[in-house]
Design a binder for this molecule. Structure first.
Ligand code: SF4
Length: 212
């Protein structure tokens, strides 16, 4: 029997994995629309907004544009065009690093950070939608979302930096069946599903993670 497929009309009606995949495609479209609208409100492209958000999260700067190009899955020229536009608008600075003059360090300016924060505030609608779900449903959905992100990362579809599920310090299911089954080796702490972090500054990618 062939595996279920998005192209099979019967599977689109009956197969749970196919319906889940279709649902995820719809969600990705909805999120792309929301992100595009939030970026547009600030006069930015979605890629420019993503760069600004990431640079805002890294106040010490990002040392290489190539890191960002790989992260977003775009070509170096595409990233460079977006960066140039941000620099022209004085939202980002690009200066030689103090420790290595060959490295051009990227930083969001105060104006850039303000724009990124405004756009994120627009996207708070998404938080509102999640907050409407019952608490247990929120936790189950968080676990399912993180698991999918880990799997997408293993396929090399996305980078999942700053997240427990792709961190070298993370031990999944060290105490299976307990309320806090996971473990962080860095802080020597048990982690419940709801404790898993999606924006941890101490995260270091696991070497076995091809999408990192
Ligand atoms: S260092 Fe941070 S990302 Fe890594 S496992 Fe610990 S809490 Fe999670």
């Amino acid at each position: 029997m062939p595996p279920p497929s998005l192209s099979d009309p019967g599977d689109r009606q009956e197969s749970v994995p196919v319906k889940l995949a279709l649902g995820l495609l719809r969600i990705s479209q909805a999120l792309a629309n929301a992100r595009g609208a939030a970026a547009g409100e600030q006069g930015l492209s979605p890629l420019q907004l993503q760069i600004l958000i990431d640079l805002t999260n890294e106040p010490s700067g990002v040392g290489a544009a190539g890191v960002l190009a790989r992260k977003y899955g775009v070509s170096a020229p595409t990233l460079s065009d977006s960066l140039a536009a941000l620099v022209r608008r004085k939202l980002v600075t690009q200066r030689p690093s103090a420790s290595d003059a060959r490295v051009r360090e990227l930083r969001a300016t105060a104006k850039g950070r303000t724009l990124a924060e405004r756009a994120l505030a627009d996207l708070d609608q998404l938080v509102g939608v999640c907050a409407q779900m019952p608490h247990e449903e929120q936790q189950r959905s968080l676990g399912a979302a993180l698991d999918l992100i880990r799997r997408f990362n293993e396929l090399g579809w996305i980078q999942a930096d700053r997240m427990c599920v792709t961190c070298r310090f993370f031990e999944r299911d060290r105490a299976p069946g307990t309320p806090a089954p996971h473990w962080c080796r860095l802080i020597s702490r048990k982690l419940a599903a709801a404790d898993l972090r999606v924006d941890c500054p101490e995260q270091e990618p696991a070497v076995s993670s091809p999408g990192s």
